[in-house]
Ligand binder design. Structure first.
Ligand SMILES: [Cu+2]
Length: 465
């Protein structure tokens, strides 16, 4: 029966059927969207190669560029668009059945926080916040215009594409010189959480901000793949010394600005969810040197995909912290079933700080006296780590800050100062939410559910004092 289905019919079946069709037809199938299932369900029966090795998914890279595409999908109708906190999805046009994007690499005045701006390099007027979104089976044509003062090239990270579209300057294409526009075009033969970034003078150009996320939705996603909230968060790190106007991309270790979609807490937009929402967070890391263990409070999640593709349901594992290595993406999914203001942050304690300097002696337990007052005329940004640690939030309120700097950590919270900055945001889960677009304010805790100072009477009753 299967052999009687024509190729044209096969193309029209969509990804779920096509994934099944692959098993029937074997490697010779040339459908536009073969390979992976449209969501987690596929513990596809293992095929065996001729020499009886276990089957391994084909990559579909290289070779043909004329793979027949499926029609362009429409946001809201054929797929549920992603949510990009502090960012946007890049607009597209459809020209003769092809989705056409225009990516513009340019210098941009970027605000990591209202108090900290720098001249960075980014795309279409944004830094780390321009997401390309498409659907499996579509043909994409991406024009890249270079408005930078130097040559560049753009690599499509994790994609199956013809080798010459891979974007490694010098290796697979000539550089895009200042003022030039290059064309990349291929048919998307996979879905997933993928990325794009400069692949020329990477340390400088990626460090200046030339990185982005590229989400490819499956066609006809299986029920277990569908979510209510689909967030995209790109992690990166920077060195911006106090009072300077550009990132210092020569720094290898002492990064002092740790960002989510180009922002530091408290400028990171909250992740607003309704109680019971199925949530996916797509995390990517294109920072220079550090891997980030992202931790969520009050919930646990499953790790459901990497930049290599979906993890079948039976192989997904539960976590409360996911390590996102440099050059990796991870999808996590969970049900936001607990109302509250839940922190979501990198668990490296130095990564929830802003503009932290590390070349100072440890002063815990030491009385600093008037050290700060004596040093500050020489080093305006100097601040001694206090004898009991750092209470930067409150200090920032009373101490004048050098120009173009931000508090090392912290923001005003509903109870007191929140002593985190950097790679941190808050997931706000609320009952009966009617609108995702406005921050619902701070959580109102049910009576008796907040940790407060215990009374003497209570302490006596419990044998504490
Ligand atoms: Cu980190």
């Amino acid at each position: 029966m299967a052999k009687k289905i024509s190729r044209r019919e096969l193309l029209g079946l969509g990804a779920v059927s096509v994934a099944g069709g692959l098993v029937i037809f074997g490697n010779k199938t040339e459908a536009a969207t073969p390979g992976r299932s449209s969501g987690y369900g596929s513990d596809v029966p293992l095929k065996r190669t001729r020499d009886n090795r276990p089957y391994w998914d084909e990559s579909y890279s290289g070779g043909r560029v004329d793979v027949r595409p499926l029609p362009p999908a429409r946001p809201g109708k054929d797929y549920a668009p992603v949510v990009v906190p502090n960012g946007v999805v890049l607009q597209f046009k459809i020209v003769n059945g092809v989705k056409v994007f225009h990516l513009i690499a340019e210098e941009t005045d970027h605000a990591f926080d209202p108090g900290l701006k720098a001249k960075c390099w980014g795309f279409n007027g944004r830094v780390n916040g321009t997401v390309i979104e498409a659907v499996q089976g579509e043909r994409v044509r991406i024009y890249v215009t270079n408005r930078l003062p130097v040559a560049t090239s753009i690599h499509w990270h994790g994609f199956f594409l013809p080798n010459g579209m891979d974007g490694v300057g010098g290796l697979t294409q000539p550089y895009i010189k200042p003022g030039e526009t290059a064309k990349y075009e291929w048919t998307l033969r996979q879905h997933g959480t993928l990325m794009y970034h400069s692949h020329h003078d990477e340390m400088t150009q990626m460090g200046m901000g030339m990185i982005g996320m590229f989400v490819v939705h499956p066609r006809n996603p299986a029920p277990e793949y569908r979510v209510d909230r689909d967030f995209v968060l790109l992690l990166s790190e920077w060195t911006i010394e106090a009072g300077t106007a550009r990132p210092n991309t020569l720094k290898m270790n002492d990064f002092n600005i740790l960002t989510i979609n180009g922002k530091v807490f408290p400028s990171t937009a909250t992740l607003v969810c309704k109680t019971g929402d199925r949530v996916r967070i797509r995390l990517g890391n294109l920072g220079a040197m550090d891997h980030h263990p992202l931790h969520i409070h009050g919930h646990h999640f499953r790790i459901t995909a990497t930049d290599g593709g979906d993890i079948p349901l039976s192989a997904q594992w539960p976590e409360a912290t996911v390590l996102v290595g440099v050059g990796q993406t991870r999808n996590i999914e969970f049900i936001a079933d607990k109302p509250g203001d839940w922190a979501f942050h990198c668990h490296m304690t130095h990564h929830v700080m802003n503009q932290m300097g590390h070349e100072f002696p440890n002063m815990v337990g030491v009385k600093p006296g008037d050290l700060d007052e004596k040093i500050r005329p020489l080093l305006p940004a100097y601040m001694t780590m206090g004898q009991t640690g750092m209470d930067m939030g409150k200090m920032a309120e009373v101490m004048p800050m050098p120009r173009n700097t931000i508090s090392m950590k912290g923001a005003a919270g509903p109870f007191d100062y929140i002593s985190m900055g950097g790679m941190m945001t808050v997931m706000k889960v609320r009952d009966g939410l009617t609108d995702y677009d406005n921050d619902p304010g701070w959580y109102e805790h049910p009576e008796g559910t907040v940790a407060m100072k215990a009374s003497d009477e209570e302490l006596r009753r419990n044998g504490i004092m």
